[in-house]
Ligand binder design. Structure first.
Ligand SMILES: Nc1ncnc2c1ncn2[C@@H]1O[C@H](COP(=O)(O)OP(=O)(O)OP(=O)(O)O)[C@@H](O)[C@H]1O
Ligand SMILES: [Mg+2]
Length: 262
């Protein structure tokens, strides 16, 4: 489905040393599979995500989607078959405008023409899929909360009937509660719609919750890949161990000294 081969991404900076953000990454996502990509800030996740979603050409290496090379084209200029690859970003406004109605933006996402008589049914279907009320259609993204806006961005991606969604930190900007809800929504959608997903996050516990397999990225390289549970229970690479050790344990809050009841 998605086949990244030896991808290198070097960012040129005017007047500075080029940044080698991705240093030879190979990664595959199979049909219906959820692959997690985890690593600390600056390790190259978004640089790789932009290649994986065809937004940027790699400096070297090959990116194939459904067996064809991904051309770095803006989504709207893409041939219809490449729209089966959709993206969800940290900032929902990367794919939505705050000031156009939800309905018109969702319809924009549908490849090909939608007959006038089918439009409201399609918008209704998409809103329902992401758990938003049908009445959202005539409102504007700016009138929604962060979590709801991310639902709209997901609905926009689903409009193209994607076989693969690349989600780059889709819940990082949200509070813990909304974040958990969006993760649950993505899980449900992947199962119901038979989509594959590349789920990118700096948060290993989130990735573990959603991904069948996890790739750990460190300084532009993938240092470990395995089934998420196995990687969690028996990490091989020192960096993976450090990531797991850094996760705060959740449990009953210890009583603070001095705050005991009399
Ligand atoms: N357009 C760009 N021009 C120059 N340098 C860039 C560009 N985009 C990213 N970089 C650099 O490449 C490296 C990797 O960045 P990238 O955004 O891919 O990391 P990331 O893992 O997504 O980080 P985060 O978790 O903060 O989103 C960083 O050193 C970053 O400063
Ligand atoms: Mg990033």
């Amino acid at each position: 489905m998605l086949d990244l081969r030896d991808i290198v991404v070097t960012h040129k900076r005017p007047g500075g040393e080029p940044v080698r953000a991705v240093r030879g990454v190979s990664l595959t996502v199979e049909r219906g599979q959820v692959v997690g990509l985890v690593g600390e800030s600056g390790c190259g996740k978004s640089s790789l995500a932009r290649v994986a979603s065809g937004l940027e050409a790699p400096t070297s290496g090959e990116a194939l989607f459904e067996g064809r090379p991904l051309n770095a084209l803006k989504t709207r200029q893409r041939p219809l078959e490449d729209r089966r690859l959709q993206m969800v970003f940290q900032n929902p406004y990367a794919s939505l405008s705050p000031r156009r109605t939800v309905e018109s933006q969702l319809l924009d996402g549908v490849p090909g023409r939608v007959e006038r008589s089918d439009r409201s049914a399609e918008v209704e279907r998409l809103l329902t899929l992401v758990g938003l009320p049908v009445g959202a259609a005539n409102r504007y993204p700016s009138q929604f909360s962060g979590g709801q806006r991310q639902r709209l961005a997901i609905a926009r991606a689903l409009a193209a009937d994607p076989s693969l969604v690349v989600a780059d930190e889709p819940v990082t900007a949200l509070d813990a509660f909304s974040s958990a809800q969006i993760v649950r929504l993505l899980q449900t959608l992947v199962a119901e719609l038979d989509m594959a997903m590349l789920f990118i996050s700096h948060d290993l516990s989130l990735v573990r919750a959603i991904a069948d397999e996890t790739c750990v990225m460190y300084a532009g390289e993938i240092v470990e890949r395995g089934p998420s549970e196995q990687l969690w229970n028996d990490p091989q690479h020192d960096y993976t161990k450090a990531l797991i050790a850094a996760i705060p344990e959740i449990g009953p809050v210890k009583r603070l000294p001095g705050l005991d009841e009399n």
